[in-house]
Design a binder for this molecule. Structure first.
Ligand code: SF4
Ligand code: SF4
Length: 417
């Protein structure tokens, strides 16, 4: 039977972070269809706020959730009677240094919230997950009644887009994320894992910082770009679908929204989403610089694994160190999930990447503090990227992938009586 469920997503215009009162008013308006914050948080509940705190990066660089968005959410949660903790598992440094460097720590202290590091984990089980029924996530989920996610709208070199669903990848402590990059080298599989994480952690609300987003080679190396909106919703898939539309990206060409579609997680079609506030057309940024996601042709080709790996290396962009920008901090080498590291900034430029062992996860690109890693696109990548197919083509390709995906085939066979 076709899914006919619907949901509401708020798009509230917000020009800047300058006036905390305006940010608060925008958030109140965004929450109106959901009964305000009182519709999400009951008095006495412990609430975990999960901003995007990928690295200690200044707010004006648009890498992390802006401190004023966090301030507004803390205030409304406290007004509703909630007890607030704020945490993330950053890829670079520890939670405290990332919170300090991105300006969030001052807000957490000012507003009387508590900082939570994500060092300890607990194994959570969810029988409805597709890829990983058991996942080790921060143990702070155990002592929280409500999880609210505060993502930043950005492009992403590996996953094309990062927003509400992807933000929960940070529930995995920093260093442990590398294992998952290594285990799920196909980005569609990584996207399936991210949906599993969401199904397990059950975030109740997303408050998307889309005031100033990031375009180009995100999530850290791109360029800040004004979108001018706060996007709020209780269905995270729908929030992502709406945000993709705001930047002119077909959600059918985004691995994580496609994974949500495969897993029947949330409302995936714009037609079934009621918009509260400003319309998508009036808020759309016409020339947002997107990351062209390479078409994941590997998933449907019946080739042996070693050939698929070779083909992937030929198609996926290659990280290249720009030697005159590199400050030799070693973050790229230390953050590489491959052992031994596939990248070594101490070697001459032509030898700095082990092309055979590099799994194209782009953690190095994400962790570089000075944008000294370029992602060099191959000729095949330019020819095969999904966005070139347009929305209709992306839909058709997405359906083909779902139909021919070996994993799905095996799954369907297992389910047959
Ligand atoms: S992270 Fe960037 S600056 Fe640091 S060593 Fe690597 S390429 Fe150089
Ligand atoms: S070199 Fe960069 S892209 Fe390649 S595996 Fe290491 S972190 Fe990932």
């Amino acid at each position: 039977m076709p899914d006919t469920s619907t949901t509401t997503v708020s798009i509230i215009p917000l020009d800047s972070y300058d006036d905390p009162a305006l940010v608060l008013a925008a958030l109140r308006e965004g929450l109106r269809p959901f009964g305000g914050m009182a519709g999400i948080v009951q008095p006495g509940q412990r609430v975990l706020l999960k901003p995007n705190l990928v690295a200690p990066s200044k707010p004006q660089l648009a890498v992390t959730t802006h401190p004023e968005i966090l301030r507004a959410v803390i205030r409304l949660v406290k007004e509703a009677g909630g007890i607030v903790g704020v945490g993330d598992g950053p890829g670079v440094g520890d939670t405290r240094s990332a919170a300090k460097g991105s300006g969030l720590l001052d807000v957490i202290k000012d507003e009387g919230a508590e900082l939570r590091d994500f060092l300890d984990t607990h194994t959570f089980y969810n029988e409805h997950n597709r890829l990983a029924k058991r996942i080790d996530l921060t143990s702070h989920l155990l002592d929280s009644d409500v999880l609210i996610t505060l993502p930043k709208l950005k492009t992403h070199a590996q996953m094309a887009y990062t927003g509400a669903l992807k933000n929960q990848f940070g529930l995995i402590p920093g260093s442990a994320k590398g294992q998952f990059h290594f285990r799920f080298q196909n980005r569609d599989h990584l996207a399936d894992l991210m949906v599993d994480i969401n199904r397990t952690a059950k975030p109740a609300l997303a408050v998307m910082d889309a005031v100033i987003g990031m375009e180009g080679p995100g999530p850290s190396g791109g360029t800040p770009r004004k979108i001018g909106a706060l996007v709020v919703g209780t269905d995270l898939t729908a929030v992502d679908v709406v945000c993709c539309a705001l930047i002119g990206l077909s959600s059918h060409s985004v691995p994580i929204t496609n994974a949500a579609r495969r897993a029947d997680y949330g409302v995936c079609d714009l037609e079934r989403i009621t918009i509260h506030g400003a319309g998508i057309e009036s808020m759309r940024v016409p020339d947002f610089e997107l990351v062209r996601a390479p078409s994941n042709i590997m998933r449907i080709l019946p080739l042996p694994r070693f050939l698929l790996r070779w083909l992937r290396r030929q198609i996926a962009p290659k990280p290249v160190i720009i030697s005159d920008r590199c400050i030799h901090c070693g973050r790229c080498r230390d953050g590489c999930p491959v052992t031994p590291s596939a990248i070594n900034p101490m070697l001459p430029p032509k030898q700095s990447l082990n092309d055979r062992s590099c799994i194209r996860c782009y953690c190095c690109h994400e962790f570089c503090p000075v944008k000294a890693i370029d992602l060099k696109r191959s000729f095949l990548d330019r020819v095969l990227h999904l966005n070139a197919l347009g929305d209709f083509g992306a839909r058709m390709f997405g359906r083909l992938v779902v139909y021919f995906d070996w994993r799905n085939l095996r799954h369907r066979r297992r389910r047959k009586p």
